[in-house]
Design a protein around this ligand. Structure first.
Ligand code: THU
Length: 140
């Protein structure tokens, strides 16, 4: 059973934070600015934008910046988890995180992390089933 948090998610506020982050994107190569925002278990909103590079493969997705902000600014260490996530790109509607970013989010996700999709909120564990995680590392 997946635990569900008894919290009302302010999706419009999250999408708006993602739009704000998108306005800071550095995407001169793809012209595809992306912004991501997430509500954390302590009630904070963290966000990030994509940062591209002339060496295309070094591009950082918006989710990388979001996770970096989460870790850098958390006062509870790794106990602070993500409970709701929204991402926006240049087109209307939610943008779904790429596979690598689903994995990045999973590491810091509450078990019932919800992702904004055009069909409504979806559980991250449904978007990345049978995920590899810390428990797969035998020394932990
Ligand atoms: N991008 C993200 O920021 N997040 C994703 O989940 C998918 C893709 C960015 C990377 C690149 O700068 C641009 O979108 C086009 O792929």
């Amino acid at each position: 059973m997946t635990p569900h948090l008894p919290v009302e998610i302010a999706w419009e506020q999250l999408r708006s934070a993602a739009q704000d982050a998108k306005s800071r994107a550095y995407a001169p190569y793809s012209q595809h600015p992306v912004g991501a925002a997430a509500l954390t278990s302590t009630g904070r909103i963290v966000s990030g934008c994509n940062v591209e590079n002339a060496s295309y493969g070094l591009t950082l997705c918006a989710e990388c910046g979001l996770i970096s902000e989460l870790v850098k600014t958390s006062t509870t260490g790794s106990r602070e988890t993500l409970i709701a996530f929204a991402c926006v790109g240049p087109h209307p509607g939610p943008l779904l995180p790429c596979g690598r970013c689903r994995q990045l989010l999973m590491e810091h996700a509450h078990p019932s992390l919800l992702i904004d999709t055009e069909r409504g909120p979806s559980l991250l564990i449904d978007l990345l089933p049978f995920a590899f995680g810390p428990e797969d590392l035998p020394h932990l």
